[in-house]
Design a binder for this molecule. Structure first.
Ligand code: PMP
Length: 395
């Protein structure tokens, strides 16, 4: 039975039966400040007093665009939308319009929202249900989606040498978080950058999850790789429906009304969502924010690994900034195949035992977890203690 929640405050959620949980899902990423952060709630209330939606530009929207372009060196221009799905769908359309090519590459296990052409071997719920694609997606729509292995440099090089001049874009999660957590190798990222430049394909970093979650300049800043386009969501809206796509001016200028690629949205840049996002972004990019969040997340994964290994359980964990992966395996997986080889039954058992202990983890072995700035050292300690109790009755 899924839990129904009725309240969230800081690091905690309360279900319909008043049971409290330490939350490591954070609404699947946005709640980086914890639930109902007072500054975000204040900004939302204040903005709401002035009207819910105008369908026209606002000053706050410009402030948000300036902030994003100032934070990410490769972002010359940005457009606001209302969901990660819209951001990635629009980025793909833009890349196709800009290059005049139809094919694009995605990686097995990466999820980029639910636009038809992207629902091919996607991760997240689709992996959980063992469904490699989705009903309702016509074969013709998916025919130009090439699916390669994450971190497989050789396959990437071979594909470019065969089809490079037909490839409009490569889209990836620069830390994969929809097939548990997979780190990109340095060789993979640099091959992506090199091949996209060589063949004139648009490199799209889908940072809907990693954006302002792994560091103040997103995964691209952390790894020092500049994509051509970036998609953002989750944290940028601080819990409200806001997302964005942006990047090189020569590409972005192809969007209507300046260029021929259509994109629009009634609620795009919605003033309430922008107000929540602005406060959130200012807080997460303040000095020291990510030092603390990264340390807390690191303490969680080290604590869990220590108690699991002490109990003789085959388990390991890792984190990047405020996101983490837990694996019932002896080493952290580096590919889709290695994730699939982890012990899924053990994860399910762990999830339910932790839920009974009052710890809410993502209910799937294929999702990354999230720590917020509201999680205290004591919350982490309590979580590790709960895991210790669970592992003590494991055999
Ligand atoms: N891209 C990535 C990397 C995501 O993690 C998600 C959502 N989990 C999306 C796109 C889609 O975002 P949304 O659910 O806001 O449409």
């Amino acid at each position: 039975m899924p839990r129904f929640f009725k309240e969230g405050k800081g690091a905690y959620l309360w279900d319909a039966d008043d049971k409290r949980y330490i939350d490591y899902v954070g609404s699947w990423g946005p709640a980086i400040l914890g639930h109902a952060d007072p500054d975000v709630i204040h900004a939302v209330k204040t903005a709401a007093e002035h009207g819910l939606s105008f369908g026209a530009p606002t000053e706050a929207e410009i402030e948000m665009a300036d902030l994003l372009c100032g934070l990410l060196p490769g972002m010359d221009q940005v457009r606001l939308v209302s969901s990660g799905t819209e951001a990635t769908m629009s980025a793909i359309r833009l890349a196709r319009g800009f290059t005049g090519r139809d094919k694009f590459i995605k990686f097995e296990g990466c999820y980029h929202g639910h636009a038809d052409a992207l629902l091919v071997k996607a991760g997240s719920g689709l992996l959980t249900f063992g469904n490699p694609s989705s009903a309702g997606v016509p074969a013709a729509v998916a025919a130009d989606t090439l699916v390669l292995g994450y971190n497989d440099v050789e396959q990437l090089e071979q594909t470019f040498s065969k089809l490079g001049t037909q490839i409009a874009a490569v889209i990836l999660e620069p830390v994969a978080g929809n097939m548990n957590l997979i780190r990109p190798t340095e060789a993979f990222l640099s091959a992506l950058r090199r091949l996209c430049t060589e063949y004139g394909a648009v490199l799209i970093f889908d940072e809907v999850m990693t954006g302002f979650r792994v560091g103040p300049t997103c995964a691209q800043g952390l790894f020092g790789i500049q994509p051509d386009l970036t998609t953002l969501g989750k944290v940028v809206g601080g819990g409200m429906p806001l997302a964005a796509f942006g990047g090189r001016a020569d590409i972005m200028s192809n969007i209507a009304p300046l260029g021929p690629v259509y994109q629009a949205g009634t609620l795009s840049g919605n003033p309430i969502a922008v107000a929540a996002g602005l406060v959130t972004l200012k807080k997460v990019t303040a000095p020291g924010f990510f030092t603390a969040l990264t340390a807390h997340t690191q303490a969680l994964v080290e604590g869990l690994t220590t108690v699991a290994q002490a109990a003789g359980v085959s388990f390991t964990a890792q984190s990047v900034g405020g996101m983490f992966g837990l694996y019932f395996a002896d080493k952290c997986p580096n590919s889709y195949a290695e994730v699939m080889a982890c012990d899924k039954a053990a994860f399910n058992r762990f999830f339910h035992a932790m839920l009974a202990e009052g710890v809410y983890l993502a209910p799937s072995a294929f999702e990354a977890g999230f720590v917020s700035a509201a999680h205290t050292e004591e919350d982490i300690r309590q979580t590790v203690k709960a895991a210790e109790r669970v592992f003590s009755r494991w055999q």
